[in-house]
Design a protein around this ligand. Structure first.
Ligand SMILES: *Cc1c(COP(=O)(O)O)cnc(C)c1O
Length: 375
């Protein structure tokens, strides 16, 4: 135990938030350019659902448009309304299944909708003027018409009904991120076989299939429009280091240490005494916990960067805090720590955290809660 000081000095944290996410719009724009560069003959539809994968839908949308995207995609009617309320007037595609309440709201946003059943076309036609993308399920086994025959019937219906416009035709891959599997090629072949039928009925329809992984994996998926999501936020669709595909992570997560405390060998921190100090030293209390989306599964399984120094996060993640082992060198309370992002020569990525949790990078940023302000 260091003799003095018994309490660490405090740093003026007056203007800082407790915890915050810094979102780099220029990085998102650059990532959109990077993905468009990989699909140079296709238009780019930036996917900003789930609050822009946790980055903030409106800033993510603006940065994407700045980077050359001409379409935006969301899942719900509320997400479409949020973009329109912010004055964003780009072409907008609502991907999700829409309830009876959501369908007119999506259309009131002048959004394109996705359909795979005659019932949705009936409802959309009754409302009038809907731009529809017919979705063929080529193997995701989720949303979409389960056969090309059904999908073609929907295409024909759109072409004939004056209340409907066939704006596009699409599918979605189940295994684009699993390099080397054969299912991806089978899905692509099934979709590619169907495309001429669509073109025959609606030569103007926009054909699209590719998510981020598919864009990078096979240019035969590009068609008229690509739909990158994860990659525009600078996370790797294959879960690897984003540098390997020239993607720049757009989100940094930081917190100001809420307290710095001495700890003696044998003393513990947190619920359940899941970490016991082996030697005398200092711990910092990082004011983030599972109430913010910093998952309890990260207990004794992640690091933070403190003044450029990588330190282990220790003890049980609680709702509002987790401890960091500062070793023998205390820092001032209020010192900013980096949980995701770069400080000095050290970097922690969403992919690192995903690996520790046995999940995917998508879930890391989407899981950051509303208590964390985005800057
Ligand atoms: C979420 C989503 C995307 C984007 O996928 P990424 O893997 O994040 O690139 C594309 N298309 C559809 C239909 C989606 O739901």
């Amino acid at each position: 135990m260091p003799d003095a000081p018994v309490t660490a000095p405090s740093r003026d944290a007056g203007s800082l938030e407790r915890v915050w996410a810094e979102v780099d719009g220029a990085a998102i724009s650059a990532n959109v350019r990077r993905m468009s560069g990989a699909a140079p003959r296709s238009a780019c539809c930036a996917v900003v659902k789930a609050d822009g994968y946790g980055h903030g839908a409106v800033p993510a949308a603006r940065a994407s448009l700045e980077g050359g995207a001409t379409w935006l995609a969301v899942v719900t009617a509320s997400e479409a309304e949020e973009l329109r309320a912010a004055g964003i007037d780009a072409r907008l595609l609502v991907l999700g299944p829409l309830t009876a309440d959501e369908l007119p709201r999506a259309l009131a946003c002048d959004a394109d909708i996705v359909a795979w059943t005659p019932e949705v076309l009936d409802r959309a036609a009754a409302l009038g003027g809907a731009r529809v993308h017919v979705k063929l399920d080529t193997g995701m086994g989720r949303l979409g018409a389960r056969s090309p025959e059904l999908a073609t019937a929907l295409v024909r219906r759109c072409a004939e009904d004056p209340g409907l416009t066939l704006a596009g035709a699409m599918t979605h891959f189940a295994t684009a991120d699993e390099l080397g599997d054969r299912y991806f090629a089978e899905q692509l072949a099934a979709f590619t076989d169907w495309v001429p039928v669509v073109r025959e009925h609606a030569p103007e329809a926009v054909i699209h299939a590719a998510n981020s992984a598919a864009i990078l994996r096979d240019e035969a998926t590009h068609f008229d429009l690509v739909r990158p999501g994860i990659a525009i936020y600078g996370m790797d669709p294959f879960g690897a280091n984003p540098d390997s595909r020239e993607l720049a992570p757009a989100l940094s997560l930081r917190a100001a240490l809420g307290a710095v405390q001495p700890i003696r060998a044998g003393q513990s921190t947190g619920y359940g005494r899941r970490w016991v100090a082996e030697r005398d030293g200092w711990i910092g209390i990082v004011p983030i916990g599972y109430g913010d989306g910093w998952r309890r599964g990260l207990t004794n399984a992640a690091d933070a960067i403190v003044d450029g120094r990588r330190c282990a996060l220790v003890g049980t993640v609680s709702m509002d805090s987790v401890a960091v082992d500062l070793g023998e060198e205390p820092v001032a309370a209020g010192t900013p720590v980096t949980l995701i992002g770069t400080d000095g020569d050290e970097r922690i990525t969403a992919e690192d955290l995903a690996r520790a949790l046995g999940t995917i990078n998508y879930e890391i940023t989407c899981g950051l809660g509303p208590r964390i302000p985005r800057r």
